[in-house]
Design a protein around this ligand. Structure first.
Ligand SMILES: [Zn+2]
Length: 59
C-alpha cells in the first residue's frame, strides 16, 4: 500500500541532500538512504519534510 498519493513520491526530495526518498510503512515515513534519516508521514499521507522532525535510521 502506498503511503502517498500517486506521483507524489517521485517529485519529493530530501530537504538536506536533495536526494530521492523511499517509502517505509512501519512507521509511516519517507527514508533518505544518503542521510540515513526518516521523515514522518502523518495520517492522510502528509509528509513532514523537516530536519527537526526526521528520525535517524536505526538499522
Ligand atoms: Zn538526504
Amino acid at each position: 500500500m502506498a503511503l502517498l498519493p500517486d506521483g507524489l513520491l517521485e517529485i519529493m526530495q530530501c530537504p538536506k541532500c536533495a536526494g530521492s526518498l523511499a517509502e517505509r510503512e512501519e512507521p509511516p515515513s519517507l527514508v533518505c538512504s544518503l542521510c540515513r534519516i526518516a521523515y514522518p508521514v502523518e495520517e492522510g499521507g502528509i509528509p513532514v519534510m523537516l530536519e527537526e522532525a526526521a528520525k535517524p535510521l536505526d538499522d
